[in-house]
Design a protein around this ligand. Structure first.
Ligand SMILES: *Cc1c(COP(=O)(O)O)cnc(C)c1O
Length: 484
């Protein structure tokens, strides 16, 4: 399997070539040249597999530069009951009326990002050892991504993590989760500033190409293809649990921000998994709902991006969305020319673009790409959390509530609807209390995390200054240090 860029660069690259890459050199995103089709016999065989086996079967269709025995071992090391809490890894919970919750949040940081990041940690360690290289991962986080990256990379040979976060601005739980890590290769830098300051520092360091090369700086952000690929697996696993035969179709509802999670569903559907509808749910930051209603993609400014009670979906633009547009336009050379124009000059000039009616039409047709969408507000979130607790004694988090609210609107008779649970309610106690009142029990925490806030903390406080961060990386994470 080779990978190409959505903006036209087709120089042949294998999976391991793009494993450590962010954007393609032409500014596009990497995609496989084609999506392998899964035939009926294969789908029937996969139905009986354990999660780690299923992950191997799907990954090996896209990865031909890691020997199969090694890839299988990495999948088995990643998807274990010890890390994800159950033998099924992503168990399904019925909510009646054909609705199901698929549990993706039982990994170490209680959010679905662990599903992909844990595998990425294994893949990175493997590939760096094979090349005899080291990597310094630099990132900025306001919560979920940073902690998922740290828990995936902790103790991994050849990898250091430098994670910038705005001092005092994460939730107490998120802060305790990250700062309590004692691993020598994990560096929490608490920056005096807001999240945008952290992100600006990461950009400034990355734009210093000489520094970047000398210190082997890399990222693990949501446009990384390996993360997206790992997420394809749980669409198959959810489908097998919700159906008895492969003649049945299901729909998925996905709480969405940067379009990474639902893009993996799109890939699964392109491979031939019987998905009827991919239901995209946004919060008040409804860039993507607007697109799927109108064909218009309008990036928001920071003044127009609101802070909501489902904060991991507070986005102004969706960084993975370009992948879908390239596929919608035909996934070929002509599509690359058009994608390049839309996401390059048009977006820069006009802050967005509108597809023609002909270009847009297949996006929402069931015989096309099958997307539907909806939006959810703070009041909807509270009502959905309350209703789900009252009727089923199931506590859901605020992001999952956005998904469930929109799922109900799109429910069709006879078609199971699987809502992806993207975080556990324990991460968002304040909003849960607001929804359920003081008499409801607090959201449950896994036993290992009960006294999280009282653990010793390890972090370095720093000014919002790119030079200071560079000096820190120089002393704590040169390639030599990383390789040690
Ligand atoms: C990251 C995240 C999302 C959004 O996922 P995308 O892949 O960016 O669409 C939704 N919910 C939670 C809890 C998240 O952490």
């Amino acid at each position: 399997m080779k990978y190409l860029s959505t903006r036209g660069d087709t120089s042949p690259r294998g999976f391991c070539d793009i494993l450590l890459e962010g954007l393609a050199p032409d500014g596009g995103l990497y995609l496989p040249t084609h999506y392998p089709k899964v035939d009926a016999a294969t789908l029937a065989r996969w139905r009986g597999l354990r999660y780690a086996e299923l992950a191997f079967e799907i990954l090996q269709l896209y990865i031909d530069d890691i020997p199969p025995a090694d890839l299988r071992r990495l999948c088995e090391a990643t998807y274990t009951e010890r890390v994800f809490g159950t033998p099924q890894i992503v168990p399904l919970k019925p909510l009646g009326e054909g609705l199901f919750l698929e549990a993706l949040s039982n990994g170490p940081t209680l959010a679905f990002k662990d599903m992909a990041m844990q595998l990425l940690g294994q893949l990175l360690e493997y590939e760096l050892a094979r090349r005899g290289e080291a990597l310094n991962i630099l990132g900025a986080t306001s919560g979920d991504t940073g902690s998922a990256a740290e828990y995936a990379m902790r103790g991994k040979r050849g990898v250091n993590v430098f994670m910038l976060s705005p001092a005092g601005r994460m939730s107490p739980f998120q802060q305790a989760q990250m700062f309590s890590l004692q691993d020598a290769n994990i560096h929490n830098l608490a920056i005096a500033g807001v999240f945008d300051d952290c992100q600006d520092i990461v950009k400034a360091v990355s734009h210093d190409l000489a520094f970047k090369r000398r210190h082997r700086i890399g990222t693990v952000n949501s446009i990384n293809w390996a993360r997206l690929l790992a997420q394809v697996v749980y669409y198959f696993a959810g489908y097998f649990q919700a159906t008895k035969t492969n003649a049945q179709a299901v729909s998925f509802a996905v709480p969405s921000g940067n379009f990474g999670n639902i893009c993996a569903g799109h890939v699964a559907r392109q491979m031939g998994l019987p998905i009827r509808r991919l239901v995209l749910a946004t919060n008040e930051n409804d860039v993507l709902d607007e697109f799927f209603r109108s064909g218009r993609y309008r990036v928001r400014g920071s003044a127009e991006t609101c802070e909501t009670s489902s904060p991991s979906m507070d986005i102004s633009k969706a960084s993975n969305f370009e992948r879908f547009v390239f596929d919608l336009l035909g996934h070929d050379a002509a599509a690359a020319v058009r994608t390049r124009e839309l996401f390059g000059p048009t977006l820069a000039r006009e802050g967005g673009f509108t597809l023609s009616a002909t270009e847009f039409a297949p996006a929402t047709r069931v015989d096309g790409f099958g997307f539907a969408s909806g939006r959810s507000t703070h009041a909807d979130r509270l009502a959905t959390i309350r209703d789900t607790w009252a009727r089923h004694r199931v506590m859901i988090d605020t992001h999952t509530a956005d998904g469930l609210k929109v799922a109900r609107e799109q429910l069709e008779p006879g078609v199971p609807m699987i809502v992806l649970e993207t975080a556990l309610p324990a991460k968002f106690e304040a909003t849960i209390r607001e929804a359920l009142g003081p008499d409801a029990p607090p959201p449950e925490r896994p036993p290992a995390l009960r006294e999280l806030e009282s653990r010793p903390r390890r972090f370095t406080a720093m000014a919002a200054d790119a030079e200071a961060v560079k000096r820190y990386i120089e002393t704590h994470g040169g390639p030599a240090a990383a390789a040690a």
